[in-house]
Design a protein around this ligand. Structure first.
Ligand code: GDP
Ligand code: GDP
Length: 436
Protein backbone atom coordinates (compact mmCIF):
# COMPACT_ATOMS: atom_id res chain seq x y z
CA UNK A 1 0.00 0.00 0.00
CA UNK A 2 1.39 3.38 -0.97
CA UNK A 3 1.23 5.79 1.92
CA UNK A 4 0.55 9.50 1.55
CA UNK A 5 3.68 11.59 1.51
CA UNK A 6 4.07 14.55 3.83
CA UNK A 7 6.93 16.87 2.94
CA UNK A 8 8.54 19.30 5.37
CA UNK A 9 9.74 22.43 3.60
CA UNK A 10 11.15 25.74 4.72
CA UNK A 11 14.34 27.72 4.67
CA UNK A 12 17.43 26.42 6.49
CA UNK A 13 17.54 26.57 10.30
CA UNK A 14 13.84 26.94 10.94
CA UNK A 15 13.84 23.54 12.60
CA UNK A 16 12.75 21.13 9.89
CA UNK A 17 15.02 18.30 10.99
CA UNK A 18 14.12 18.85 14.61
CA UNK A 19 10.45 18.60 13.72
CA UNK A 20 11.09 15.53 11.59
CA UNK A 21 12.85 13.77 14.43
CA UNK A 22 10.20 14.83 16.89
CA UNK A 23 7.46 13.33 14.75
CA UNK A 24 9.14 10.07 13.79
CA UNK A 25 11.13 9.50 16.95
CA UNK A 26 8.80 10.85 19.53
CA UNK A 27 5.17 10.15 19.95
CA UNK A 28 4.46 8.09 16.89
CA UNK A 29 5.25 4.51 16.14
CA UNK A 30 8.07 3.98 13.73
CA UNK A 31 8.76 1.07 11.48
CA UNK A 32 11.64 -1.02 12.66
CA UNK A 33 14.73 -0.01 10.76
CA UNK A 34 17.64 -2.11 9.67
CA UNK A 35 20.80 -1.01 11.46
CA UNK A 36 23.42 0.57 9.31
CA UNK A 37 21.29 0.93 6.22
CA UNK A 38 20.56 4.62 6.21
CA UNK A 39 22.12 6.81 8.81
CA UNK A 40 20.90 10.14 7.56
CA UNK A 41 17.24 9.56 7.39
CA UNK A 42 15.32 11.69 4.94
CA UNK A 43 12.16 9.73 5.12
CA UNK A 44 10.42 7.64 7.69
CA UNK A 45 7.07 6.00 7.94
CA UNK A 46 5.07 7.27 10.85
CA UNK A 47 1.60 6.71 12.25
CA UNK A 48 -0.83 8.84 14.19
CA UNK A 49 -4.37 7.75 15.09
CA UNK A 50 -4.01 4.71 12.86
CA UNK A 51 -3.17 6.72 9.79
CA UNK A 52 0.18 5.90 8.21
CA UNK A 53 2.16 8.37 6.19
CA UNK A 54 5.70 8.84 4.95
CA UNK A 55 7.39 11.92 6.30
CA UNK A 56 10.09 13.45 4.12
CA UNK A 57 12.58 16.04 5.28
CA UNK A 58 13.30 17.83 2.03
CA UNK A 59 15.87 20.02 3.74
CA UNK A 60 18.35 17.21 3.74
CA UNK A 61 18.01 16.42 0.08
CA UNK A 62 20.98 16.48 -2.16
CA UNK A 63 21.20 19.71 -4.10
CA UNK A 64 24.95 19.82 -4.19
CA UNK A 65 25.23 21.74 -7.43
CA UNK A 66 23.04 24.56 -6.21
CA UNK A 67 24.91 27.44 -4.70
CA UNK A 68 22.17 29.93 -4.52
CA UNK A 69 20.12 29.44 -1.47
CA UNK A 70 16.97 31.07 -2.77
CA UNK A 71 16.75 29.07 -5.95
CA UNK A 72 17.58 26.01 -3.91
CA UNK A 73 14.62 26.63 -1.64
CA UNK A 74 12.34 27.39 -4.53
CA UNK A 75 13.22 24.17 -6.33
CA UNK A 76 12.85 22.18 -3.19
CA UNK A 77 9.43 23.67 -2.61
CA UNK A 78 8.45 23.06 -6.23
CA UNK A 79 9.41 19.42 -6.05
CA UNK A 80 7.64 18.97 -2.76
CA UNK A 81 4.55 20.63 -4.12
CA UNK A 82 4.47 18.51 -7.19
CA UNK A 83 4.89 15.26 -5.40
CA UNK A 84 3.75 15.43 -1.82
CA UNK A 85 0.18 14.93 -0.68
CA UNK A 86 0.58 17.44 2.10
CA UNK A 87 3.19 20.09 2.86
CA UNK A 88 4.31 21.21 6.31
CA UNK A 89 5.69 24.67 5.70
CA UNK A 90 7.90 25.54 8.65
CA UNK A 91 8.75 29.12 9.59
CA UNK A 92 10.81 30.40 12.50
CA UNK A 93 8.68 32.39 14.94
CA UNK A 94 11.77 33.76 16.67
CA UNK A 95 13.37 35.08 13.53
CA UNK A 96 10.06 36.39 12.19
CA UNK A 97 8.93 36.60 8.60
CA UNK A 98 11.68 36.71 5.97
CA UNK A 99 11.76 37.27 2.24
CA UNK A 100 12.63 33.65 1.64
CA UNK A 101 9.54 32.57 3.54
CA UNK A 102 7.53 34.76 1.20
CA UNK A 103 9.20 33.17 -1.83
CA UNK A 104 8.33 29.69 -0.67
CA UNK A 105 4.80 30.76 0.23
CA UNK A 106 4.23 32.14 -3.25
CA UNK A 107 5.07 28.78 -4.79
CA UNK A 108 2.92 26.98 -2.25
CA UNK A 109 -0.09 29.24 -2.78
CA UNK A 110 -0.10 28.62 -6.50
CA UNK A 111 -0.36 24.91 -5.91
CA UNK A 112 -3.51 23.09 -5.00
CA UNK A 113 -1.76 21.01 -2.37
CA UNK A 114 -2.88 21.31 1.22
CA UNK A 115 -0.37 23.21 3.31
CA UNK A 116 -0.05 23.49 7.07
CA UNK A 117 1.83 26.60 8.12
CA UNK A 118 3.92 25.65 11.15
CA UNK A 119 5.43 28.41 13.26
CA UNK A 120 8.28 26.71 15.06
CA UNK A 121 10.35 27.73 18.08
CA UNK A 122 7.34 28.92 20.06
CA UNK A 123 8.09 28.02 23.64
CA UNK A 124 5.72 30.56 25.22
CA UNK A 125 2.22 30.39 23.97
CA UNK A 126 1.17 33.61 25.61
CA UNK A 127 3.23 35.46 23.02
CA UNK A 128 0.93 34.48 20.18
CA UNK A 129 0.93 38.06 18.89
CA UNK A 130 4.40 37.38 17.46
CA UNK A 131 2.74 35.18 14.89
CA UNK A 132 0.53 37.84 13.29
CA UNK A 133 3.11 38.60 10.62
CA UNK A 134 2.85 35.10 9.24
CA UNK A 135 -0.80 35.59 8.27
CA UNK A 136 0.59 37.71 5.46
CA UNK A 137 1.83 34.56 3.79
CA UNK A 138 -1.76 33.85 2.79
CA UNK A 139 -1.64 30.26 3.96
CA UNK A 140 -4.07 30.52 6.81
CA UNK A 141 -3.48 30.43 10.50
CA UNK A 142 0.05 29.56 11.62
CA UNK A 143 0.12 26.64 14.02
CA UNK A 144 2.58 27.38 16.81
CA UNK A 145 4.82 24.52 17.95
CA UNK A 146 8.14 23.96 19.59
CA UNK A 147 9.76 21.07 17.82
CA UNK A 148 12.64 21.14 20.27
CA UNK A 149 10.41 20.93 23.34
CA UNK A 150 7.65 18.89 21.77
CA UNK A 151 5.03 21.54 22.51
CA UNK A 152 1.81 21.40 20.53
CA UNK A 153 3.17 18.76 18.17
CA UNK A 154 0.20 16.52 19.02
CA UNK A 155 -2.13 19.22 17.70
CA UNK A 156 0.00 19.43 14.59
CA UNK A 157 -0.30 15.68 14.05
CA UNK A 158 -4.08 15.81 14.55
CA UNK A 159 -4.28 18.49 11.93
CA UNK A 160 -1.89 16.63 9.63
CA UNK A 161 -3.95 13.45 9.71
CA UNK A 162 -7.11 15.43 9.04
CA UNK A 163 -5.58 16.97 5.91
CA UNK A 164 -4.38 13.69 4.40
CA UNK A 165 -6.20 12.53 1.29
CA UNK A 166 -8.77 9.74 1.80
CA UNK A 167 -7.33 6.24 1.75
CA UNK A 168 -6.96 5.12 -1.83
CA UNK A 169 -8.27 1.70 -2.66
CA UNK A 170 -5.36 0.03 -4.37
CA UNK A 171 -6.71 -1.92 -7.32
CA UNK A 172 -6.00 -5.55 -6.67
CA UNK A 173 -3.62 -6.76 -9.33
CA UNK A 174 -2.12 -9.74 -7.62
CA UNK A 175 -1.12 -11.45 -10.81
CA UNK A 176 0.77 -8.43 -12.08
CA UNK A 177 4.46 -8.07 -11.27
CA UNK A 178 5.03 -4.43 -10.45
CA UNK A 179 8.41 -3.07 -11.43
CA UNK A 180 9.76 0.32 -10.37
CA UNK A 181 12.49 1.85 -12.52
CA UNK A 182 14.65 4.02 -10.30
CA UNK A 183 17.76 6.08 -10.88
CA UNK A 184 19.27 9.50 -11.39
CA UNK A 185 18.15 11.68 -14.27
CA UNK A 186 19.84 10.69 -17.52
CA UNK A 187 20.82 7.26 -16.33
CA UNK A 188 18.57 5.92 -19.09
CA UNK A 189 15.30 5.04 -17.36
CA UNK A 190 13.07 6.11 -20.23
CA UNK A 191 15.37 4.57 -22.80
CA UNK A 192 15.37 1.25 -20.99
CA UNK A 193 11.61 1.22 -20.50
CA UNK A 194 11.12 2.01 -24.16
CA UNK A 195 13.57 -0.69 -25.16
CA UNK A 196 11.70 -3.23 -23.04
CA UNK A 197 8.35 -2.09 -24.39
CA UNK A 198 9.71 -2.31 -27.91
CA UNK A 199 10.50 -5.97 -27.39
CA UNK A 200 7.29 -7.02 -25.75
CA UNK A 201 3.62 -6.94 -26.45
CA UNK A 202 2.28 -3.80 -24.92
CA UNK A 203 -1.29 -4.13 -23.72
CA UNK A 204 -1.80 -0.57 -22.66
CA UNK A 205 0.94 1.91 -22.52
CA UNK A 206 1.23 5.29 -20.93
CA UNK A 207 -1.81 5.04 -18.77
CA UNK A 208 -1.26 7.48 -15.96
CA UNK A 209 -0.80 5.62 -12.69
CA UNK A 210 -2.96 5.93 -9.65
CA UNK A 211 -0.70 8.76 -8.58
CA UNK A 212 0.42 11.68 -10.62
CA UNK A 213 4.10 11.06 -10.37
CA UNK A 214 4.73 8.07 -12.57
CA UNK A 215 3.47 6.52 -15.73
CA UNK A 216 2.61 2.85 -15.72
CA UNK A 217 2.90 0.62 -18.74
CA UNK A 218 1.26 -2.79 -18.76
CA UNK A 219 2.77 -5.60 -20.75
CA UNK A 220 2.45 -9.37 -21.11
CA UNK A 221 5.16 -11.82 -21.88
CA UNK A 222 4.87 -15.60 -21.90
CA UNK A 223 1.72 -15.54 -19.81
CA UNK A 224 3.12 -13.15 -17.22
CA UNK A 225 1.78 -9.67 -16.71
CA UNK A 226 3.90 -6.74 -15.66
CA UNK A 227 3.41 -3.13 -14.92
CA UNK A 228 6.39 -0.87 -15.24
CA UNK A 229 6.37 2.22 -13.10
CA UNK A 230 8.50 4.72 -14.98
CA UNK A 231 9.35 7.64 -12.75
CA UNK A 232 10.94 9.55 -15.61
CA UNK A 233 7.92 9.39 -17.86
CA UNK A 234 6.16 12.18 -16.09
CA UNK A 235 8.99 14.65 -16.63
CA UNK A 236 8.06 15.37 -20.19
CA UNK A 237 4.56 16.38 -19.22
CA UNK A 238 5.42 18.24 -16.10
CA UNK A 239 5.89 21.92 -15.61
CA UNK A 240 9.31 21.31 -14.17
CA UNK A 241 11.72 21.49 -17.05
CA UNK A 242 14.73 19.32 -17.67
CA UNK A 243 17.05 21.96 -16.32
CA UNK A 244 15.58 21.85 -12.86
CA UNK A 245 15.07 18.12 -12.86
CA UNK A 246 16.49 16.55 -9.77
CA UNK A 247 16.80 13.02 -8.57
CA UNK A 248 13.46 13.22 -6.98
CA UNK A 249 13.54 11.24 -3.81
CA UNK A 250 9.84 11.54 -3.19
CA UNK A 251 8.95 10.25 -6.61
CA UNK A 252 11.32 7.35 -6.19
CA UNK A 253 10.00 6.44 -2.75
CA UNK A 254 6.49 6.33 -4.04
CA UNK A 255 7.44 4.11 -6.95
CA UNK A 256 9.29 1.78 -4.59
CA UNK A 257 6.23 1.64 -2.33
CA UNK A 258 4.01 0.57 -5.20
CA UNK A 259 6.41 -2.01 -6.59
CA UNK A 260 7.30 -5.66 -6.05
CA UNK A 261 10.69 -5.39 -7.69
CA UNK A 262 12.96 -2.38 -8.03
CA UNK A 263 15.20 -1.96 -11.06
CA UNK A 264 17.96 0.22 -9.72
CA UNK A 265 19.62 1.82 -12.72
CA UNK A 266 23.26 2.79 -12.47
CA UNK A 267 25.20 4.68 -15.10
CA UNK A 268 28.19 2.59 -16.15
CA UNK A 269 30.26 5.74 -16.63
CA UNK A 270 29.47 7.25 -13.25
CA UNK A 271 29.75 6.16 -9.67
CA UNK A 272 27.00 5.08 -7.37
CA UNK A 273 25.71 8.25 -5.72
CA UNK A 274 24.63 8.74 -2.11
CA UNK A 275 21.12 9.28 -3.34
CA UNK A 276 21.24 5.90 -5.10
CA UNK A 277 22.29 4.34 -1.82
CA UNK A 278 19.49 6.00 0.10
CA UNK A 279 16.83 4.84 -2.33
CA UNK A 280 18.33 1.35 -2.32
CA UNK A 281 18.29 1.39 1.48
CA UNK A 282 14.65 2.35 1.43
CA UNK A 283 13.79 -0.49 -0.97
CA UNK A 284 15.68 -2.89 1.29
CA UNK A 285 13.90 -1.76 4.42
CA UNK A 286 10.57 -2.02 2.65
CA UNK A 287 11.33 -5.61 1.76
CA UNK A 288 11.24 -4.99 -1.96
CA UNK A 289 13.32 -7.16 -4.27
CA UNK A 290 15.99 -5.42 -6.30
CA UNK A 291 17.99 -5.87 -9.47
CA UNK A 292 21.01 -3.66 -10.10
CA UNK A 293 21.00 -2.68 -13.77
CA UNK A 294 24.20 -1.10 -15.02
CA UNK A 295 23.19 0.82 -18.14
CA UNK A 296 25.26 2.41 -20.95
CA UNK A 297 27.53 -0.61 -20.95
CA UNK A 298 28.29 0.22 -24.61
CA UNK A 299 30.31 3.22 -23.45
CA UNK A 300 32.77 1.18 -21.42
CA UNK A 301 36.12 -0.07 -22.69
CA UNK A 302 36.17 -3.61 -21.48
CA UNK A 303 38.71 -6.26 -20.72
CA UNK A 304 38.08 -9.67 -19.18
CA UNK A 305 37.78 -8.30 -15.66
CA UNK A 306 35.75 -5.14 -16.15
CA UNK A 307 32.40 -6.63 -15.20
CA UNK A 308 33.78 -8.28 -12.08
CA UNK A 309 35.39 -5.05 -10.95
CA UNK A 310 32.05 -3.31 -11.38
CA UNK A 311 30.28 -5.93 -9.37
CA UNK A 312 32.84 -5.62 -6.58
CA UNK A 313 32.32 -1.86 -6.49
CA UNK A 314 28.57 -2.23 -6.30
CA UNK A 315 28.83 -4.84 -3.56
CA UNK A 316 30.99 -2.51 -1.58
CA UNK A 317 28.73 0.51 -2.06
CA UNK A 318 25.55 -1.40 -1.31
CA UNK A 319 26.74 -3.75 1.40
CA UNK A 320 23.25 -4.46 2.68
CA UNK A 321 22.10 -5.57 -0.75
CA UNK A 322 24.42 -8.47 -1.51
CA UNK A 323 21.43 -10.46 -2.69
CA UNK A 324 20.68 -8.24 -5.69
CA UNK A 325 21.70 -9.66 -9.06
CA UNK A 326 23.66 -7.35 -11.35
CA UNK A 327 22.85 -7.01 -15.04
CA UNK A 328 24.91 -5.05 -17.57
CA UNK A 329 22.81 -3.60 -20.37
CA UNK A 330 22.73 -0.98 -23.04
CA UNK A 331 19.34 0.56 -23.62
CA UNK A 332 20.85 2.16 -26.73
CA UNK A 333 22.14 -0.97 -28.48
CA UNK A 334 19.61 -3.19 -26.65
CA UNK A 335 22.37 -5.45 -25.49
CA UNK A 336 20.88 -7.83 -22.91
CA UNK A 337 17.67 -5.81 -22.66
CA UNK A 338 15.74 -9.05 -23.20
CA UNK A 339 17.39 -10.36 -20.02
CA UNK A 340 15.67 -7.75 -17.86
CA UNK A 341 12.24 -9.37 -17.75
CA UNK A 342 13.76 -12.86 -17.57
CA UNK A 343 15.56 -11.77 -14.46
CA UNK A 344 12.41 -10.13 -13.13
CA UNK A 345 10.58 -13.47 -13.53
CA UNK A 346 13.33 -15.26 -11.68
CA UNK A 347 13.47 -12.75 -8.83
CA UNK A 348 9.69 -12.76 -8.61
CA UNK A 349 9.77 -16.54 -8.06
CA UNK A 350 12.46 -16.09 -5.46
CA UNK A 351 10.55 -13.51 -3.47
CA UNK A 352 7.39 -15.62 -3.56
CA UNK A 353 9.10 -18.85 -2.53
CA UNK A 354 7.68 -20.80 0.41
CA UNK A 355 9.73 -23.28 2.39
CA UNK A 356 7.96 -26.23 3.94
CA UNK A 357 8.02 -26.03 7.73
CA UNK A 358 9.69 -29.44 8.09
CA UNK A 359 12.50 -28.46 5.71
CA UNK A 360 12.94 -25.14 7.42
CA UNK A 361 13.32 -26.73 10.82
CA UNK A 362 15.69 -29.34 9.47
CA UNK A 363 17.85 -26.53 8.13
CA UNK A 364 17.71 -24.72 11.44
CA UNK A 365 18.72 -27.81 13.43
CA UNK A 366 21.74 -28.27 11.19
CA UNK A 367 22.63 -24.60 11.44
CA UNK A 368 22.53 -24.74 15.23
CA UNK A 369 24.65 -27.89 15.34
CA UNK A 370 27.22 -26.31 13.11
CA UNK A 371 27.41 -23.02 14.97
CA UNK A 372 25.91 -22.70 18.44
CA UNK A 373 23.57 -19.77 19.13
CA UNK A 374 24.91 -16.84 21.15
CA UNK A 375 24.96 -16.76 24.92
CA UNK A 376 25.24 -14.02 27.44
CA UNK A 377 26.31 -14.37 31.10
CA UNK A 378 25.65 -18.07 31.08
CA UNK A 379 22.26 -17.78 29.42
CA UNK A 380 21.99 -19.58 26.11
CA UNK A 381 19.72 -18.64 23.27
CA UNK A 382 17.47 -21.53 22.34
CA UNK A 383 15.70 -21.64 19.03
CA UNK A 384 12.74 -23.95 19.37
CA UNK A 385 11.01 -23.77 16.09
CA UNK A 386 10.64 -21.68 12.95
CA UNK A 387 7.93 -21.08 10.43
CA UNK A 388 7.57 -18.99 7.30
CA UNK A 389 4.98 -16.32 7.92
CA UNK A 390 4.93 -14.68 4.51
CA UNK A 391 6.41 -13.93 1.13
CA UNK A 392 7.48 -10.71 -0.66
CA UNK A 393 9.74 -10.59 1.29
CA UNK A 394 10.16 -14.11 2.64
CA UNK A 395 9.52 -13.68 6.36
CA UNK A 396 10.41 -16.23 8.98
CA UNK A 397 9.40 -16.32 12.60
CA UNK A 398 11.84 -17.89 15.04
CA UNK A 399 10.40 -18.97 18.36
CA UNK A 400 13.10 -18.60 20.98
CA UNK A 401 13.53 -18.59 24.74
CA UNK A 402 14.99 -15.06 25.09
CA UNK A 403 14.80 -12.77 22.04
CA UNK A 404 17.36 -10.37 23.63
CA UNK A 405 20.01 -13.05 23.45
CA UNK A 406 19.86 -13.06 19.67
CA UNK A 407 22.79 -11.35 18.01
CA UNK A 408 22.87 -9.56 14.69
CA UNK A 409 25.74 -11.73 13.48
CA UNK A 410 23.84 -14.89 14.30
CA UNK A 411 20.82 -13.66 12.36
CA UNK A 412 23.15 -13.00 9.48
CA UNK A 413 24.45 -16.55 9.83
CA UNK A 414 20.94 -18.02 9.67
CA UNK A 415 20.14 -15.82 6.69
CA UNK A 416 23.24 -17.09 4.93
CA UNK A 417 22.27 -20.69 5.61
CA UNK A 418 18.82 -20.01 4.16
CA UNK A 419 20.32 -18.37 1.12
CA UNK A 420 22.82 -21.10 0.42
CA UNK A 421 20.06 -23.70 0.66
CA UNK A 422 17.31 -21.86 -1.21
CA UNK A 423 18.78 -18.85 -2.96
CA UNK A 424 16.20 -16.12 -2.37
CA UNK A 425 18.18 -14.21 -4.94
CA UNK A 426 17.18 -10.60 -5.37
CA UNK A 427 15.05 -10.39 -2.26
CA UNK A 428 15.72 -9.35 1.31
CA UNK A 429 14.77 -11.88 3.99
CA UNK A 430 13.09 -10.98 7.24
CA UNK A 431 13.77 -12.89 10.41
CA UNK A 432 11.46 -12.10 13.29
CA UNK A 433 12.06 -13.25 16.86
CA UNK A 434 9.20 -14.40 19.08
CA UNK A 435 9.45 -15.42 22.70
CA UNK A 436 7.91 -18.78 23.42
P1 GDP B 1 16.60 22.87 9.62
O1 GDP B 1 17.80 23.44 8.96
O2 GDP B 1 15.35 23.61 9.17
O3 GDP B 1 16.46 21.40 9.48
O4 GDP B 1 16.71 23.23 11.17
P2 GDP B 1 17.24 22.34 12.40
O5 GDP B 1 16.21 21.33 12.78
O6 GDP B 1 18.60 21.85 12.09
O7 GDP B 1 17.26 23.44 13.56
C1 GDP B 1 18.00 24.63 13.43
C2 GDP B 1 18.29 25.18 14.81
O8 GDP B 1 17.08 25.59 15.45
C3 GDP B 1 18.94 24.18 15.73
O9 GDP B 1 19.93 24.85 16.47
C4 GDP B 1 17.80 23.71 16.62
O10 GDP B 1 18.26 23.31 17.89
C5 GDP B 1 16.96 24.96 16.73
N1 GDP B 1 15.55 24.62 16.96
C6 GDP B 1 14.79 23.71 16.29
N2 GDP B 1 13.55 23.68 16.79
C7 GDP B 1 13.51 24.56 17.82
C8 GDP B 1 12.49 24.95 18.73
O11 GDP B 1 11.36 24.47 18.73
N3 GDP B 1 12.80 25.92 19.64
C9 GDP B 1 14.05 26.48 19.67
N4 GDP B 1 14.26 27.42 20.59
N5 GDP B 1 15.03 26.12 18.84
C10 GDP B 1 14.78 25.17 17.93
P1 GDP C 1 16.33 9.13 -17.85
O1 GDP C 1 16.44 10.58 -17.49
O2 GDP C 1 16.87 8.26 -16.77
O3 GDP C 1 14.97 8.71 -18.31
O4 GDP C 1 17.34 8.93 -19.10
P2 GDP C 1 17.02 8.88 -20.66
O5 GDP C 1 16.40 7.58 -21.02
O6 GDP C 1 16.28 10.11 -21.02
O7 GDP C 1 18.51 8.89 -21.25
C1 GDP C 1 19.39 9.95 -21.00
C2 GDP C 1 20.43 10.01 -22.11
O8 GDP C 1 21.26 8.85 -22.07
C3 GDP C 1 19.82 10.05 -23.50
O9 GDP C 1 20.59 10.92 -24.27
C4 GDP C 1 19.96 8.60 -23.97
O10 GDP C 1 20.05 8.53 -25.37
C5 GDP C 1 21.24 8.19 -23.31
N1 GDP C 1 21.27 6.74 -23.07
C6 GDP C 1 20.34 6.00 -22.47
N2 GDP C 1 20.71 4.70 -22.42
C7 GDP C 1 21.92 4.64 -23.00
C8 GDP C 1 22.85 3.56 -23.26
O11 GDP C 1 22.64 2.40 -22.93
N3 GDP C 1 24.01 3.89 -23.87
C9 GDP C 1 24.30 5.16 -24.26
N4 GDP C 1 25.46 5.38 -24.86
N5 GDP C 1 23.45 6.19 -24.04
C10 GDP C 1 22.28 5.93 -23.41
Amino acid sequence: MAKPIVAIVGRPNVGKSTLFNRIVGGRVAIVEGVPGVTRDRLYQDAEWNNRWFTLVDTGGLDYRDDDEIVSHIRKQAELAIEEADLVLFVVDARAGLTGTDEDVARVLRRSEKPVILVANKVEHFDKAHELYDFYRLGLGEPLPVSAAEGLNTGDLLDRLVKELPPVEEEENEDDVIKIAVIGRPNVGKSSLVNAILGEERVIVSNIPGTTRDAIDSYITRGGNKYSIIDTAGIRRRSKIGQSTERYSVIRSLRAVDRSDIVLMLIDAVEQLTDQDKRIAGYAHEKGRAAILVVNKWDLIEKDGRTANRYIENLREGLGFMQYAPVLFVSALTRQRVHRVLELVDYVSEQQNMRIATADLNQLLREAVLHNAPPQDKGRHLKIFYATQAGVKPPTFILFVNEPELMHFSYLRYIENRLRSAYGFEGTPIKLVMRKR
